[in-house]
Design a protein around this ligand. Structure first.
Ligand code: AMP
Ligand code: ZN
Length: 469
């Protein structure tokens, strides 16, 4: 299995620190609002990476934080006149609902920054003791960037270039830092803000120290994979490396993975630019699996432009897979018993080639676009090779093969419990016929059955209207 490593700018064979185990950290969202579909991209992508690794037999310890103390959370809390924790708890709960809709599995651990302050203090103290950090007059603690020789190694930036852009701050005396590149580890409280006591001042941590500390606490000092969107490469991940490696004296993460942006009109979707759709907005119009399929239809390192056309294409693609699944289920209901026949064995071998193709695509830096193409080839193969007269064992094997691939992608495709529009219309017609025949018991039974399947009926003067609950 090869992974593109931002640190080396190369695809590298994945070798875990401990055989059979993966320690993986994914930077999570700052929770002050509903997540948008740009935030959903890393969630879906790295959930799929995790699923594939588990499919290959690895035990994955998957940690993803929530940043629950931050300027934007505090601002929102002030606007609503509530405590910052009210805002963060609300949006963590909402984010978890969106993740569940998108079939993004909960992490092994979802640490919260506010619960890890002790660990942050300890790491900051170590950094000060080792000369990698210093306390300014007002109690702010800064990381001393020029004490860490490898600073810039992840973003492949040259220190002189970085310095140039920031020098004006020092010249103007607006900054109390030794060097314009130094960044905050701990900052003093402002009036009305949440704070914690510390040896330096009452205050709160900087953003970067959170992830260094939570990663260390739940995964250890040295981890396999650290991931997030590509906007995090600099400064967030660069700073995490400086903090962790300077404090622990060990390499931090072996592989750094970054997803490209989800764009809209070819510009990064972001809250600050205002050009976003929340996951909720999209789920009003589409099945969540359509959104997941759309995200996986591109390689995670390629920019992906959101559009109604691409969502339609995703919807059709998903429908094709679901149709193949429901056809197989239909055939299975009437299939003959007995072992797989010889001719069927040959067909299963051929089907196995598509599974191999899927694995090859995923082994090549999780190329989900090519992996989905292999799924379509398997679907086409199934559609052309499952006419009447097959054994249950054969059909079952094909169904399992197909759904094992869609499971790795986190796409639920079993249609058994879902009524199609046409099936709903048919049941409504039967209910109308029962009423006409004054068979009200039967009419009620159909109404209850529809309700169980999430279909709500409304009798209006224009006739029966229905909607999905
Ligand atoms: P934030 O809450 O802004 O820190 O973002 C949480 C995660 O979403 C980070 O990994 C970001 O890199 C990622 N992210 C934010 N916007 C986008 C976008 N438009 N496309 C892809 N990833 C994004
Ligand atoms: Zn982070």
């Amino acid at each position: 299995m090869k992974i593109y490593n931002t640190l080396t700018k190369k695809k590298e064979e994945f070798v875990p620190i401990e055989p059979g185990k993966v320690r993986m950290y994914v930077c999570g969202p700052t929770v002050y609002n509903l997540i948008h579909i740009g935030n959903a991209r890393p969630m879906i992508v790295f959930d799929t990476v995790r699923r594939y690794m588990e499919h290959k037999g690895y035990r994955v310890n998957y940690v993803s934080n929530f940043t629950d103390v931050d300027d934007k959370i505090i601002k929102k809390a002030a606007e609503e006149g509530v405590d910052a924790s009210v805002i963060s708890e609300r949006y963590i709960a909402e984010c978890k609902k969106d993740m569940a809709s998108l079939n993004v599995r909960p992490a092994t651990t979802h640490p919260l920054a506010t619960q890890e302050i002790d660990g942050m203090e300890e790491m900051i103290r170590t950094l000060i003791e080792k000369g990698h950090a210093y306390v300014a007059k007002d109690g702010t603690v800064y990381f001393r960037v020029n004490s860490f020789a490898e600073y810039g190694k992840l973003s492949h930036k040259n220190l002189d270039e970085l310095e140039g852009g920031k020098r004006s701050l020092l010249v103007s005396g607006m900054d109390q830092k030794e060097d314009p590149l130094d960044f905050v580890l701990w900052k003093p409280k402002k009036e009305g803000e949440p704070f914690w006591e510390s040896p330096w001042c009452d205050g709160r941590p900087g953003w970067h120290i959170e992830c260094s500390v939570m990663s260390k606490r739940y995964l250890g000092e040295e981890i396999d994979i650290h991931a997030g969107g590509e906007d995090l490469i600099f400064p967030h991940h660069e700073n995490e490396i400086a903090q962790s490696e300077a404090a622990n004296g060990k390499p931090f993460a072996h592989y750094w993975m970054h997803n490209a942006f989800l764009n809209i009109d070819n510009r990064k979707m972001s809250k600050s630019a205002g050009n976003f759709f929340t996951v909720r907005d999209i789920l009003e119009k589409y099945d969540p699996m359509v959104l997941r399929f759309f995200m996986l239809s591109a390689h995670y390192r390629s920019p992906l432009n959101f559009s109604a056309e691409l969502m339609e294409a995703a919807k059709n693609g998903l429908e094709r897979i679901r149709t193949a699944v429901s056809n197989l289920q239909f055939l299975l209901a009437n299939a003959k018993e007995g072992p797989v026949e010889e001719a069927e064995q040959g067909l299963l071998c051929q089907a196995g080639e598509y599974v191999k193709k899927f694995d090859e695509a995923m082994d090549d830096d999780f190329n989900t676009a090519d992996a989905l193409s292999a799924v379509f080839e398997l679907v086409k193969f199934i559609n052309t090779n499952t006419g009447d007269g097959h054994t249950r064992a054969f059909l079952q094997a094909l169904l399992e093969e197909l759904t094992s691939l869609t499971d790795i992608c986190g796409l639920t495709v079993e249609t058994k419990e879902q009524l199609l529009d046409a099936e709903v219309e048919e049941l409504i017609a039967q209910r109308q016929a029962a009423r006409k025949a004054k068979d009200f018991a039967r009419a009620d039974e159909i109404r209850s059955r529809l309700l169980e399947m999430g279909i709500v009926l409304e009798d209006t003067r224009e006739g029966v209207k229905w909607k999905r609950a």
